[in-house]
Write a protein that binds this ligand. Structure first.
Ligand SMILES: [Zn+2]
Ligand SMILES: [Zn+2]
Ligand SMILES: [Zn+2]
Length: 251
């Protein structure tokens, strides 16, 4: 299985529009963070986790040539606003997209034409087949376990796929999810900044949770402009890294 970080930034992306801080002005490509999403390659298939606003640019950068499924974590703008660019992957059949009932409801409201084809097809549109996620399910014979986490008051999903656990936008992780995530080889977890935040884990909080889950490798994502890549990386314990756009992990 190969995981590629398409984007690793928090909702406003880094650099933040109009910001003159040292991270936003940094020339280091690892400090340039598009909105958060991932590509998973497994058994000859390519799956996405979320379709952030820069999805088109991320897909071109990674030379993406096919998409077989999309797993949505939740329907905030920074995770869904690249959905329209799925259209090039849906010419031959509707593309299966997976998410909670609330997530699918927001997707249908935001992109109605992707679920009910317009009468006039000119201009192109994505054709999506929604699948509501409630319990573990399979794609292409591989099991996917939804992992409920709390993004403030909002209940959203992380996912476990074999040895990978991918959790973004969490603040609180229930005990059952910690249990379901334990023993994974690769853990991706959101870590916004040093200070606490009302809906996202801070870096110290994320590090504590990563310790409880006990993965071999930990990658922090959904990062804001308070965390300079090289300075923070130097302080992280072995086996723990700040992810960056374009990073690939094979396992
Ligand atoms: Zn987000
Ligand atoms: Zn800044
Ligand atoms: Zn969110």
């Amino acid at each position: 299985m190969r995981l590629t970080f398409l984007g690793t930034g928090t909702s406003h992306g880094i650099p933040v529009i109009g910001c003159r801080c040292s991270v936003c002005r940094s020339e280091n490509p690892k400090n340039k963070r598009t909105r958060c999403g991932a590509l998973l390659e497994t058994g000859g298939e390519k799956w996405l986790i979320d379709t952030p606003p820069e999805f088109r640019l991320q897909a071109l950068r990674e030379k993406l040539d096919r998409v077989d499924a999309v797993l949505y974590t939740h329907a905030h703008a920074d995770h869904i606003f690249g959905l329209d660019d799925l259209r090039v992957f849906t010419a031959r059949r509707p593309l299966p997209v997976y998410g909670s009932r609330e997530t699918l409801k927001t997707l249908r409201r935001t992109f109605p034409y992707a679920f009910t084809p317009p009468k006039q097809a000119g201009g192109g549109f994505p054709s999506l087949a929604p699948h509501r996620v409630r319990r573990p399910f399979e794609i292409g014979g591989r099991q996917i376990v939804p992992l409920p986490v709390y993004h403030g008051h909002l209940r959203i999903f992380g996912y476990r796929i074999g040895g990978l656990v991918y959790i973004t936008d969490a603040l609180r992780i229930p005990a059952e999810t910690l249990k379901a995530a334990s023993g994974c080889r690769v853990l991706v977890l959101n870590a916004l900044r040093w200070r606490p935040h009302p809906t996202h884990l801070s870096l110290p909080q994320a590090a504590e949770i990563a310790g409880k889950i006990g993965a071999e490798k930990v990658y922090f994502t959904h990062i804001c402009h308070n965390l300079e890549h090289e300075a923070v990386s130097a302080e992280l314990p072995p086996g723990t890294e700040l992810a960056y756009d374009g990073l690939t992990v094979d396992f």
